[in-house]
Write a protein that binds this ligand. Structure first.
Ligand SMILES: [Zn+2]
Length: 481
């Protein structure tokens, strides 16, 4: 058999796995609806994330190898962990390559990863599980996740993030399982040549971003273009990511405008797009909120927490605008005329947009202005319009989302109101579930923009109940019950 060349274009099998689980797992659809409910409560209703600090997740890496080359070195594994710990804390130096208009969206995901030090039996471990296999190449069918099928059994998924590293066929770089799926297959799978930054890692996927992307799915993130082919109707259920057409590949030039999302276009430098490793730099605040929602719900049993980043505050002392000097994280300096911030990737809370970045004073009425809000409480860009002196702060404007309070879901009550009136097919259910998701997303965006009344919020919650019920009906319809 000819040796398979490393992929030249990103390909991820997560949605294939998602669709398979929708068809085969009794609990999965309902669990997905529950996940969306909690994500909505954090993103839409402004609930605070349960984990306020940084979550440290124990990782086990199962190296399933048929050849010596596939038996990746400890150094290659450690290089991958290093990448994850930069990307999920926004300490990756290349975040500065983000176009200035998008940089304010970049957020610290407040997640860190460490190789497990205790195995499921309580013994000391290095967190690396090496398994020899006769299987030449694995696919997205989960074969690598069980010893019985030539792979390695997972460690308990409620306590460890399982990462399988192996040979994958068909140009597949990796795949993940969203929260809410079977524990026996929970985790992410990464092609060994797309893993880490050394050893067998091969360009253009040799910067460790495949694992960053797949673990994003494992924490409930969707692809940024909404997984609707090249259409403009799909949604990643995150309010601060622009609506985009299809995936971007390679290393696109900014801006790439699709779906009327000009002038700034797609957020293709996001970890959840399909670009090369060297072209992706960030998660957004909205994505962080969604990941934190997963850590509060389906992933609530995993990891430990430690104190999070210190929040730098401003205060207005009544005429002279000052900073509170927080000795732990204060990093700005005065270069003798032009006041700037030092862009320290570890504690960067502002960005220095040369020439235009300014603070604004709300006119003296606010005794403490805290522009660095908790990620879970952040409003989408554009909702805080600066006033007063220095009001030319560049505030990124997200796409205008028309908020429609028509309630098409009422017409979906046919399943209960008119039993037998129609014989729905699976496509009808799927179309209705999609309508629910889109409507709920509109409610979420309206809530985030402060446009939702309590009554409408209650309506949104009723909608979730209906959505969950319909999801269960769908599952029973397709033969799961
Ligand atoms: Zn993916």
């Amino acid at each position: 058999m000819a040796k398979e060349s490393p992929p030249q274009q990103r390909s991820c099998g997560t949605m294939v796995v998602h669709e398979r689980l929708l068809r085969t797992s009794p609990e999965y659809m309902a669990a997905r609806a529950r996940s969306e409910t909690h994500a909505f409560q954090l993103a839409g209703r402004g609930w605070a994330a349960g984990r306020t600090g940084v979550t440290v997740i124990p990782v086990v890496v199962h190296v399933v190898h048929q050849t010596n080359a596939q038996n990746v070195s400890d150094a290659q594994i450690h290089s991958q962990l290093d990448v994850l710990n930069r990307d999920y804390r926004k300490t990756n130096p290349d975040v500065g390559s983000t176009p200035a208009v998008f940089l304010p969206l970049a957020a610290d995901a407040r997640v860190e990863f460490e190789l497990a030090t205790t195995d499921p039996q309580g013994n000391a471990t290095d967190g690396i599980d090496r398994v020899q296999t006769n299987t030449v190449s694995f696919s997205d069918d989960d074969g690598v996740k069980a010893a019985a099928t030539g792979g390695a059994d997972p460690w308990p998924a409620d306590k460890y993030l399982n990462i399988w590293v192996c040979q994958l066929g068909g140009g597949l770089l990796g795949y993940a399982q969203f929260p809410g799926g079977p524990a026996a297959t929970d985790g992410v799978v990464i092609l060994h040549t797309g893993f880490g930054t050394s050893g067998t890692a091969a360009a253009p996927f040799n910067l460790g971003r495949t694992a960053t992307h797949e673990i994003g799915h494992w924490l409930n993130l969707r692809h940024i273009w909404g997984d609707d082919g090249n259409g403009c109707n799909g949604d990643d259920f995150v309010s601060d990511t622009p609506n985009a057409g299809g995936p971007n590949f390679g290393s696109p030039a900014f801006p790439h405008v699709t779906c009327n999302n000009g002038p700034n276009g797609d957020l293709f430098m996001n970890y959840m797009d399909y670009v090369d490793d060297a072209a992706m730099f960030l998660f957004t605040s909205g994505q962080v909120t969604r990941m934190q929602a997963a850590l509060d719900s389906d992933r609530s049993s995993i990891g430990t927490t430690k104190p999070g980043p210190v929040t730098l505050k401003f205060f207005d002392d009544g005429g002279t605008f000052k900073f509170r000097d927080d000795p732990i994280s204060l990093k700005f300096f005065d270069d003798g005329g032009t006041f700037k911030f030092r862009d320290d990737p570890i504690s960067l809370k502002f960005f220095d947009d040369p020439g235009t970045f300014k603070f604004f004073d709300d006119g003296g009425t606010s005794p403490a202005i805290d522009p660095i809000k908790h990620a879970g409480l952040d409003k989408p860009p554009g909702t805080d319009q600066p006033k007063g002196p220095g009001s030319d702060v560049p505030v990124p404007q997200g796409p205008t989302i028309p908020f429609v309070l028509s309630t098409p879901h009422r017409s979906m009550a046919w399943t209960r109101s008119f039993p037998g009136a129609q014989r729905p097919g699976p496509g009808d259910y799927e179309a209705q579930l999609l309508q629910y998701e889109q409507l709920l997303d509109q409610y979420g965006r309206a809530q985030a923009a402060g446009q939702l009344t309590d009554e409408e919020a209650s309506e949104a919650e009723r909608l979730f109940t209906e959505y969950s019920a319909l999801a269960e009906e769908y599952y029973q319809f397709v033969g799961g019950g």
